[in-house]
Write a protein that binds this ligand. Structure first.
Ligand code: NAP
Length: 250
């Protein structure tokens, strides 16, 4: 079986590690090339976009790919859409492998919103101190609510930051634990947190910290995924791959 893993997440890395040394499965990992020093797996890796749906279709044909596992981030909606279209057109099996979203628990004060415009609107008219942790996503959209003071935490300075009249940039790379997140929320006197609902453990500490301090969270819900086979664990993804690699005897 020739397998393409669309990666850029810890889920993809864990899956890739499980496939190293499998003789019947020739897997290649694909990265978008956004990170300067990506964590590479022991599997062959290609880096960079395919060139839209047509480019991905051409790649699937050229490399004679039998199956694709889309293990990209739940908010990487475009590549997932492209994968669904390209695989359907080329009759290639496709599995979407993502972590499940977080669910609110008792004590959480979430305001769930569908997109960044709704997140800006949800902050309201009264000025407040807002922590933005949604990554590269449209920081400049918050310029439409210039009354707030924004604390922006990111790994690299995000584009569009200068559009925010009142802001402070904190450059830091996670993971952060709950105590670090509580300290940040307290020290910066944060009144509202903006977050993507990314799911998984790596970035959950800020959500726990906000709950403990009764701070509201404007939570961006995950974009609707394409209608394809889904797995939420590496075991389930391996099962799907192995079913294709060793078809049941008739
Ligand atoms: P996106 O908006 O869905 O995709 C934009 C374009 O980037 C795609 O059309 C494709 O270019 C290229 N691309 C994306 N993922 C690719 C991959 N794995 N291999 C080859 N090309 C890829 O994606 P995004 O939100 O910018 O995310 C880019 C990468 O960062 C993904 O691998 C994702 O898993 C990872 N990531 C994203 C987030 C997030 O919040 N969005 C968070 C953590 C990690 P072409 O059209 O030219 O093929």
């Amino acid at each position: 079986m020739r397998l393409l893993i669309l990666g850029g997440t810890s889920e993809a890395s864990v899956l890739a590690a499980r496939l190293v040394g499998r003789e019947t499965i020739a897997a290649v990992v694909s990265l978008a090339g956004r990170t300067r020093n990506p964590a590479l797996s022991a599997l062959p890796t290609r880096i960079g976009g395919f060139g839209g749906v047509d480019g991905l279709r051409a790649y699937l044909r050229r490399e004679r790919i039998d199956a694709v596992v889309d293990a990209t981030h739940p908010f990487a909606a475009q590549i997932s859409r492209h994968a669904a279209e390209a695989c359907a057109a080329e009759s290639v099996a496709l599995l979407s492998f993502t972590r499940p979203p977080w669910e609110p628990v008792s004590g959480d004060r979430w305001i769930e919103v569908a997109d960044i415009e709704a997140a800006v609107a949800a902050l309201g008219a009264a000025p407040q101190r807002v922590l933005l942790t949604q990554g590269r996503m449209q920081i400049d959209a918050f310029a439409r609510a210039p009354q707030h003071h924004y604390i922006v935490r990111a790994i690299e300075p995000p584009e569009g930051l200068d559009a925010l009249p009142r802001h402070r940039l904190i450059l830091a790379r996670g993971p952060f634990d709950r105590f670090e997140e509580e300290a940040l929320l307290r020290n910066e006197r944060v009144e509202t947190l903006v977050s993507k609902n990314s799911g998984g453990a790596a970035t959950y500490a800020k959500i726990e910290a906000a709950r403990r301090l009764a701070i509201p969270v404007v939570m961006l819900t995950q974009p609707a995924p394409p209608d394809v086979a889904r797995a939420h664990s590496v075991d389930a993804a391996m099962e799907w791959i192995e079913a294709g690699a060793h078809p049941a005897c008739p």
